[in-house]
Write a protein of this length. Structure first.
Length: 309
């Protein structure tokens, strides 16, 4: 099963809403970390996912964005909207280096009657945590963020349902991206890692920022599976020719878009998002960088859904 990790920014929530039917049909389980005080778009997205009978994990102790110091606002809203205790919803907790065993115990006592997802994100006390969990009879999923949960740590929970999330996107200025590079092989190797599922941060990467800053170059990111390389996954970066100033992002987008539509690589999956990129090229239209990122995320989800199906 595929567990994509989303942060609840506007275009990520729109992407989830627009692709809820595909996500449900493909047995994809989104992990969602809310990051904005305005919870209306989040609630709307979650309600639509539930209407399509999607299962997802919603983080109630976010570590990024507006809500990291005030999770009660989020918890109250999700409870009032009858989302938090829905049978398709798993209450997710980030276990980082700052959380304590007492904190974890308090959450588990509050949510004993719902599914729980533990996101291992730097917490190091695996054996005491394992002992604590044995005191509770809960439906439990472990999500290991690979960079922050080493194999020895993960081994303590080997009898449970386990998912490994890898950050396949290498964060760098757009103008420094190579034309292509390796993304991940977890979709074909997760069982060899002793896992029951796999995940990633799509084409966003784990590092969170409110905005990307001025774009000296515009890049469109597109993942693909190389059927001649044992179905390994790579990513292409279509980068604009101009890279010397933040001026004219629309024109630079069209430069990058031309490279995408002229790419004849037979491994490129012709997703709905890919077809939308072609329509933008035909119209010579720049829809904004947020929309471009949404299409790249959608393409990635469509690619993995096609592979899994």
């Amino acid at each position: 099963m595929y567990y994509p990790y989303f942060r609840g920014k506007q275009n990520e929530l729109i992407m989830l809403r627009e692709n809820a039917e595909l996500i449900a049909a493909s047995n994809i389980h989104p992990i969602i970390e809310p990051v904005k005080n305005n919870l209306n778009p989040l609630v709307k997205s979650l309600q639509l996912l539930l209407a399509e009978n999607c299962e997802f994990s919603i983080i109630i102790n976010p570590k990024c964005g507006d809500l990291q110091d005030n999770p009660s606002l989020l918890i109250n809203e999700l409870t009032n909207e009858e989302i938090l205790f829905h049978e398709n919803v798993s209450v997710a907790l980030i276990l980082d280096e700052e959380i304590t065993l007492d904190d974890i115990k308090g959450y588990l006592q509050l949510y004993q009657n719902v599914k729980i997802t533990l996101i291992h994100y730097g917490f190091s006390q695996s054996k005491p945590l394992k002992s604590l969990l044995e005191q509770f009879n809960i439906d439990l999923t472990h999500i290991f963020i690979e960079e922050f949960a080493q194999k020895r740590y993960r081994k303590a929970f080997q009898d449970d349902f386990r998912v490994l999330v890898r950050d396949g996107f290498k964060k760098r200025p757009n103008r420094e991206h190579p034309s292509k590079e390796h993304f991940s092989d977890l979709h074909i190797m997760y069982e060899d890692e002793g896992m029951d599922g796999f995940g990633d941060f799509l084409i966003n990467g784990d590092e969170y920022s409110e905005s990307g800053g001025p774009a000296y170059a515009v890049a469109i990111h597109l993942t693909y599976i190389d059927i001649e390389d044992d179905d390994d996954m790579f990513i292409k970066h279509y980068v604009s020719d101009r890279k010397d100033s933040p001026a004219d992002p629309g024109g630079k987008f069209l430069e990058a878009l031309e490279k995408l539509v002229n790419d004849s690589d037979p491994n490129i999956f012709h997703s709905n998002a890919h077809r939308e990129f072609k329509k933008l090229a035909e119209r010579q239209h720049f829809p904004g960088l947020g929309y471009v990122k949404k299409l790249s995320m959608q393409h990635h989800v469509e690619l993995i859904a096609d592979f899994l199906n």
